[in-house]
Structures are given as C-alpha cells and as structure tokens.
Design a protein around this ligand. Sequence first.
Ligand code: ADP
Ligand code: MG
Length: 457
Amino acid sequence: MSNVKQVWNSVLKELESQVSALTFDLWIKNLQPVCIYRDRLVLATETEAHHNICEKRFHETIKKTSQKLFPIIVDIEIITSDMISAFEQYKEEELNADEEDTAASDEQATFFSSYTFDNFVVGKSNEFAAAVAKAVAEKVASGKPNIKYNPLFLYGGVGLGKTHLMHAIGNYIKEQNPKIKAIYVPTEKFINELLNIFRNSSDADARVVFRKKYRTVDILMLDDIQSITNRASTQEEIFYTFNDLYLAGKQIVISSDRPPKEIVPLEERLRTRFCSGVIADISQPDLDMRIAILQKMCLFERADIKKEVLRFIAEKITSNIRELKGLLTRVISYASLTGSDVNDMDVVNAALKDYAEDAKEVVTIQKIADIVCRYYNLDFKDLTGKKKNKEIVVPRQICIYLITEFLSTPLIAIGEFFGGRDHTTIMHARDKISATIRENKIIASQVKDLKDAILNR
Ligand code: ADP
Ligand code: MG
C-alpha cells in the first residue's frame, strides 16, 4: 500500500534515469505530489509557467513512467498550486500497489482498502445494486461457476458508489479466497493498454500477455464503460474477452454512468451482451440516507458530530456522495485547524461559507450548462453527449470555456460532467474558444451575452 508521496518518490527515481540531470533538477524534482484522484496522480507546480512547461514537455513521460510502475494509474494531472485545495479530500487516498513487484501483484493491487461492503451504506436508492454486488462477490469467492447474475451491469450518476461497489467485491473476494483472480480496470485504462499493443504490432508476445491477463480471470470488472470509443478493434477485443469469460462461467461486472442504451458508441452486439444479465441502477440518495452516510463517515473518522449538524450538511448536497463527504471533511478539518467546536453551528457555517448561501446564488457547472442550453435552444443531453455537428460542438466548447472562466473546477471533473471526456479535450475546447473570441465577433458577442446571463442569473 502506498500513499501519494511514496508513489511519487518511486516515479521520481525512475524519471531521474530517463531525463537529463538539468531537466530533472529544473522541472521535475520540484513537482509536488498532491493526491491520487481516482486513477490519476495529481501533481502541482508553483507557477503558471512551470505548469505550462511540464504540461507540454513532460506530461507523456511522467504519465508513462507512472503507469509502468503503478498499472492502476491511468493518467497524471498537473495543476497549479492554487488548485490544491480542490483536491483536499483525496489527500488520504492510498494506492494499493506494490512497486517492487507490480507484475505479480497487478491484479491484487487494485482495490482501495476503504471501499468495502462494511463501509457502504445501503438505502432505497442502492439496495438492489448492493445486494446483487454482494451476491456476486460471494458466488465468485466460492469458486463455483456463475450463471445467475452474469454479467452484472451497474449504472448510476457520478459519485454514487459504482466504483466503491466494484472495489468492495474485489476486497471481499481477496479476503475470502485469495486464490481467486479478480481484476478491476477502468475502461479507459483497458483501452490504453490495448492501443499500446496495437501500436507495437510487431510485439506478438504483448498481445498474448494482454489476453492472458484479462481472459484467464475469475472475475473481470470494467469500470466506466461509457468511456468506450468508437474504434471497432477496441470493441471487438472487449467482445471476445466478454465471450471467453462468459462461456467459461466467469463473472463480468460492468459499470456506467448511464444505461446501456444511452452509451452511444457501443456496438449492438456488445449492448445485447451487457443487457443479458442483471442491470442494477443506483439513484440519488434521499436525505435520511445522506445523513446515514455522514454518520458512518463520522464513525470511521472518530468524529463526534451531532445529528443536526449532519442534517445541515446533508441538506446542502443531494446528488453526489463524493461531494457530500467532501463537505463533512471540510467541516472537520476547519474545526480542528481553528481549534473550535465542530458542533457549533457558527463554526459549521464558517467552514461551509461558499455553500451556506442560498444555493441559487452560487454558480455551478449545471447552472452554466442550463444557461447555455437555453441560449442555443439545445437539449442538455446533446450538450454533454457525443454528437459532433457544428450546431452542438460550438456551444459545447463555449460552455466549457465559460465553466473554466467562472469556476475553478478541475479539468478532469469538467470532463466527467461532459460525458466522461478526457481532460485534454476540455483543455482544447477552452483554448479554442479563448482564441476564437479574439477574431470572431459573432462568437465574442454570444460569449458576452452568456457571461451577462450567468452574472445576472
Ligand atoms: P462513482 O464510481 O459512482 O462515481 P464512487 O464509487 O467513486 O462513485 O463513490 C464516490 C464516493 O462516495 C466514494 O468516496 C465512496 O466511498 C462514497 N460512497 C458512494 N456511495 C456510498 C455509500 N452508499 N455509502 C458510503 N459511501 C459511499
Ligand atoms: Mg467511478
């Protein structure tokens, strides 16, 4: 198990041997490890200039090296230090990877130890998903072939516990029966690995190793399948992986932020396969459940917080459990930093200053998106969807630009909001519009209208 500092130190050691001493000293050594955010290593720079240079010249190298040492890292994110606070809540996240022996421990390495069934609060919005996940975990741990809940397709909005459930299945199996081979992989990473192999088509061994890795497991969990791309060869590989496992009675678990029929690039034959088992959705938790989640978190953090305070926090966030937990973390750390009483409502209010105002007053991504949709008369689904016609692409890019202008939301989080787009796509959209408004008067005036609309909402 490694925390972000240990991870970064190993990556640094490796990088030192790959770049010149001067490059290393000037640019790489003083990057500051911030956290592991989902499957990304987040690094901070002191200045904008340092950030730009690292992004441009070293992103690929650092990413590749990180991936090599820690296969569960999909990408890196370089931010400027003023953004660090946005990642505050992920600081404690640990990476269950063993740098000495990554190959052997690859599949064992991928489960977050805190994502267990015990730590998962069950309520109306997720009880079916949780029950099926548990049944699947028990079945796979027993070592008998599985036909009942296969495949399990989990879907639900961002931050509602899909990844948590997958890791819980993995942790359960590892604990009950360490011999069982369980693999968890974000779809984006699966695809990246595959594309690397396609690129080096001369390396036939790599393909064999890849197939062996994914087709000889007892359970394969593919997270965020909505990030699948159109590419036929990728879909084909997933299709055959699925078939091999399925026919051998091995379990498949897939997650998505939307139901199978809304995953646009998905080929019909894959969609049919994904729908052929159990589909379990996770919806938004009600207030009681949100309070229960905070209570559980208090137990875990050994924080003694009154129910009224928890209720007050739970009323602020309705749709994303990650954000909900983030607010509680904020309150606890604020109270401990200022040496004040966490159960004092004034303290709680001060800690949640940005959220304490009437929610309508706060600009959010959603509000900006709604304003853009209204202005261009577009469906929200199209704005964040995959359509590529100009009438949609331009408003989409403008919307992304506006979000980056008004909010300090991390690019990866914006990407997530826009249907799981990569942070580089978001960056591209932002830069495109900021260049366009300098030369295109029409776009410039639309952007100005929209800015006014957001300010006067
Ligand atoms: P998703 O994969 O659906 O976007 P995650 O599984 O990453 O969401 O969950 C986001 C955060 O919320 C994680 O910290 C997770 O532990 C927490 N979480 C989600 N659902 C629950 C739950 N029912 N009980 C406790 N914590 C939860
Ligand atoms: Mg997830």
